[in-house]
Design a protein around this ligand. Structure first.
Ligand code: HEM
Length: 184
């Protein structure tokens, strides 16, 4: 494993400013989170289904879409429970979700707009249900952390694969990337 998920989680909490108050707020809305999770899954898969490329990924194997709906509902709910108070289990689970997406070739161009959809739909539902701005913001912050895990998994897996295949050192790899970026 290229990163320590728990350390990465702590770094992200600081960078995203997910506070202890945010966590209390999210946990105080666990029932609401559970309630709206199926509707969020519907919006999410309807959104992915409207994109030709993502739709074909969704339906590439038998039963995938059905499985995904279930795992999405769980994922959404876990943002409110924090699983083990946003500890090791939470971080390992988020890292693993990242790895699953890397394995099937889902990259930043797919995941970032998809997460924006989750935030938009949850925000609209929060407004309809008369929820506070604070809960919307807390949810936005935890979504950003979850997104960063998927994105980081992509970077870590890609660089690990290159290093393993070529035997290059990390220093050389970074220099090559910098040179490549300069020449673009
Ligand atoms: C907000 C971003 C996303 C979240 C939170 C999310 C959530 C999840 C979760 C929780 C899983 C199950 C992981 C596991 O098996 O342990 C999963 C798997 C998967 N996701 Fe996503 N996903 C996101 C974006 C996308 C996008 C953009 C696509 C594009 C089509 C996608 C397609 C898939 C596929 C194909 C699987 C594997 C299903 C299987 O065969 O078991 N996801 N996702």
């Amino acid at each position: 494993m290229a990163i320590n998920p728990q350390e990465f989680m702590s770094t992200l909490e600081k960078r995203v400013c997910l506070t202890a108050e945010d966590k209390v707020l999210l946990q105080s809305e666990i029932d609401w989170g559970k309630d709206i999770a199926p509707e969020m899954a519907e919006h999410f898969y309807a959104y992915l289904g409207r994109d030709e490329e993502m739709n074909s990924m969704l339906n590439a194997t038998e039963g995938r879409i059905h499985r995904l709906r279930e795992t999405f509902i769980e994922w959404f709910y876990e943002m409110f429970t924090g699983m083990d108070d946003w500890g090791k289990d939470y971080a390992d689970r988020r890292w693993n979700i990242g790895l699953v997406h890397v394995r099937i070739g889902i990259g930043p161009q797919h995941v970032v707009p998809a997460m924006a959809t989750v935030i938009r739909e949850a925000g609209q539902r929060a407004k309809t249900d008369g929820k506070s701005e604070e809960i919307k913001e807390a949810l936005g912050r935890i979504c950003m952390i979850d997104l960063a895990f998927i994105e980081q998994a992509y970077v870590e897996v890609s660089s690990e694969a290159v290093l393993r295949e070529t035997g290059w050192t990390e220093g050389l790899f970074r220099r090559l990337i910098a040179t490549g970026a300069n020449s673009m």
